[in-house]
Unconditional design. Structure first.
Length: 484
C-alpha cells in the first residue's frame, strides 16, 4: 500500500515539474487572491554576472549619437555621447534565447545627484535571439542613465548602465563674485569684461569667482599681474576644468597696480570629438587705487582748475555722500596749496563773471573768495594774482549799467561803480571816460552821500545773492562734470 502511494506521488510531481520546465505550465498564475508563482521572487533575485545573462551586443542606432566604448559581452557600463543638435539616443541591446529583461531611465538633477526612475515589468523570456531598442530623450547639457537588466533562467541578474550625455552650447556665466571691492557694473551674462575696484588700503588677498549658468558646463581660470612699470607678466597656466563655482585667488595687489582674471566656460560635453567645441571667456580687471574714493573725487574736482578752498572741498565731498570726518581726512591728506587754489578760484570767477557780462572789482573778488571759504590772506593773494585788469573790469561793469540805464549821469555811474561794486574812484572815472559819460576825463567827480535816483535796484547784488549765485553756478558745473 505504501509503495503504491509513493509511486503515485512521484508520478504526480513528475507530471507537474516536467511540463512546467518545458513551459507548458506557467510559473506564475493569477488567482482571485493574488499571484501564485514558483519563480524566483524579486527580493530573492541575485545580482550576479554569468555567462547566461551576457548580452549579445550593444550599440547606438541614430545619427548624432555614439557609444564611446567598444562593445564587450562582459562590459556593464557605457557612455553614450550625443551631439548638441541631436535630441535622443536610440540604444539597442542584443538578447539571447532564454533571457528576460527590463529597464528604467534615471535623470541627474542640478545638484549632480541621480534621481532614479522605476523599472518596468520583466519582459517574457526570449524564445530566440532578439534585439531590444530603447529610446532615451535628453535635453542639451543634461544627462540620462539607462539601466537595463538581463535575467537568466536561474534568476541571476546582470545590469547594463548607459550614461547618455548630450552636449550643450550654453557657455553663459551665471554670476560674478569677489570677496572685496566693487564691480563697475551689475553682472550681465552678455557682457564679458568687468572691472573690480578693491579698497586702496587692502592688503589681504583678493578672490574672484564665477559660476556657469548650465549646471553640467565646465569652467577654468587663469590670472596675470601688472608689473610696476605698467607692463604685464605672462598669464598663469589654466586651471583644470571643474563644475560649479570656479574661484581664483589673485593674491595681494600693490597700490596703483592691477591684475586680470579670466574665466573660460566650456559648454557641457562639447570637448567630445563628435560635437563642436563651445567656449566663452569672461575677463575681470582687478584694480587697487593709490587713493581712497574720497581722495579720488577730491582730485577729480581739483583737476578742473576751478579752485577750491579747504572748507569748500570738504563740503562738496560731504555733498557726494561721504561723512565729514572721511572728507576732512581725504582733503588734508592731499597736501593742497590753498594759495594756488585761491588764484585758480579768482581766475574762474573772473571768467564766469565776464561770460555773464559782469565786471568785478578787486574788492568784490576778495569778498567772493571769502564767501568760498578762503582765509583773508588767501583771498587777497588770489585777487592780486588773478591777472585781472581792474580798470577794464570797471568798463565792463559800466557797460552793463548803461544797458539798463542809458541816460544815467556821470555822477550816478561813478557812485554805482564805487559804492555798490567796490571799484576805486580812479577806476570808476576811467570807465566813465572810456564810455564818454558826462564830463571830460580830466574833470574830478565829487561823490556825495545822496542815493542816486536813476539806477534800477535789479542791478545791485547783495552778498547773499552773489553767494547763492556762485554756489549754484559751481554746483551746476560739477553736475555737468559728472554727466560727462
Amino acid at each position: 500500500m505504501n509503495v503504491k502511494k509513493l509511486f503515485l506521488s512521484t508520478l504526480f510531481v513528475a507530471m507537474l515539474v516536467v511540463p512546467t520546465v518545458l513551459g507548458a505550465i506557467p510559473l506564475a498564475v493569477n488567482t482571485p487572491i493574488g499571484v501564485v508563482s514558483a519563480e524566483v521572487q524579486e527580493a530573492e533575485a541575485r545580482n550576479r554576472n554569468t555567462s547566461a545573462n551576457r548580452p549579445r551586443s550593444a550599440s547606438v542606432r541614430n545619427t548624432g549619437a555614439r557609444l564611446h566604448q567598444n562593445f564587450s559581452a562582459n562590459r556593464t557600463s557605457y557612455r553614450v555621447e550625443v551631439r548638441q543638435s541631436t535630441a535622443r539616443a536610440d540604444i539597442r541591446v542584443g538578447l539571447r534565447e532564454g533571457q528576460q529583461h527590463r529597464w528604467r531611465i534615471d535623470r541627474r538633477n542640478a545638484s549632480g545627484n541621480w534621481v532614479n526612475g522605476s523599472y518596468n515589468s520583466w519582459r517574457a523570456r526570449a524564445t530566440r535571439n532578439i534585439n531590444r531598442d530603447v529610446r532615451v530623450n535628453v535635453n542639451q547639457g543634461q544627462e540620462r542613465r539607462l539601466r537595463l537588466q538581463i535575467r537568466d533562467r536561474n534568476g541571476n541578474i546582470r545590469t547594463l548602465t548607459f550614461n547618455v550625455q548630450r552636449a550643450s552650447g550654453n557657455t553663459w556665466g551665471a554670476n560674478l563674485r569677489a570677496n572685496a571691492g566693487t564691480f563697475n557694473r551689475s553682472f550681465d551674462r552678455a557682457v564679458t569684461s568687468y572691472t573690480l575696484t578693491i579698497p586702496y588700503n587692502r592688503t589681504a588677498a583678493t578672490q574672484v569667482g564665477m559660476r556657469s549658468a548650465q549646471e553640467r558646463a565646465m569652467s577654468r581660470s587663469r590670472v596675470r599681474i601688472q608689473n610696476a612699470d605698467g607692463t604685464w607678466r605672462a598669464w598663469s597656466s589654466w586651471s583644470s576644468y571643474s563644475r560649479g563655482q570656479t574661484n581664483r585667488n589673485v593674491g595681494t595687489i600693490p597700490q596703483g597696480r592691477r591684475a586680470e582674471v579670466q574665466f573660460m566656460i566650456r559648454g557641457a560635453w562639447t570637448n567630445r570629438s563628435n560635437t563642436p567645441l563651445r567656449t566663452r571667456t569672461y575677463t575681470v580687471r582687478v584694480e587697487r587705487p593709490t587713493h581712497s574714493p574720497a581722495q579720488l573725487i577730491a582730485m577729480e574736482l581739483l583737476a578742473t582748475n576751478w579752485g577750491f578752498s579747504r572748507g569748500l572741498l570738504i563740503d562738496y565731498l560731504v555733498w557726494e555722500g561721504f561723512s565729514r570726518a572721511v572728507a576732512t581726512q581725504a582733503v588734508d591728506s592731499l597736501g593742497i596749496n590753498w594759495y594756488e587754489q585761491a588764484v585758480l578760484a579768482a581766475r574762474t570767477e573772473l571768467r564766469w563773471e565776464n561770460e555773464d557780462g559782469w565786471g568785478i572789482s578787486r574788492y568784490m573778488m576778495v569778498r567772493v573768495l571769502l564767501w568760498l571759504d578762503f582765509t583773508p590772506s588767501q583771498a587777497a593773494h588770489g585777487a592780486d594774482n588773478s591777472g585781472a585788469n581792474w580798470y577794464e573790469q570797471a568798463v565792463i561793469q559800466a557797460q552793463l549799467i548803461l544797458r539798463w540805464v542809458p541816460n544815467i549821469s556821470r555822477a550816478d555811474l561813478v557812485h554805482e561803480l564805487t559804492v555798490w561794486e567796490g571799484f576805486t574812484s580812479s577806476q570808476a572815472n576811467h570807465a566813465a571816460n572810456v564810455l564818454g559819460v558826462g564830463l571830460a576825463a580830466s574833470l574830478s567827480v565829487q561823490l556825495d552821500s545822496a542815493e542816486p535816483s536813476g539806477v534800477t535796484e535789479s542791478l545791485r547784488r547783495d552778498e547773499s545773492q552773489v553767494r547763492d549765485a556762485i554756489d549754484a553756478r559751481r554746483r551746476e558745473a560739477i553736475r555737468q562734470l559728472e554727466l560727462e
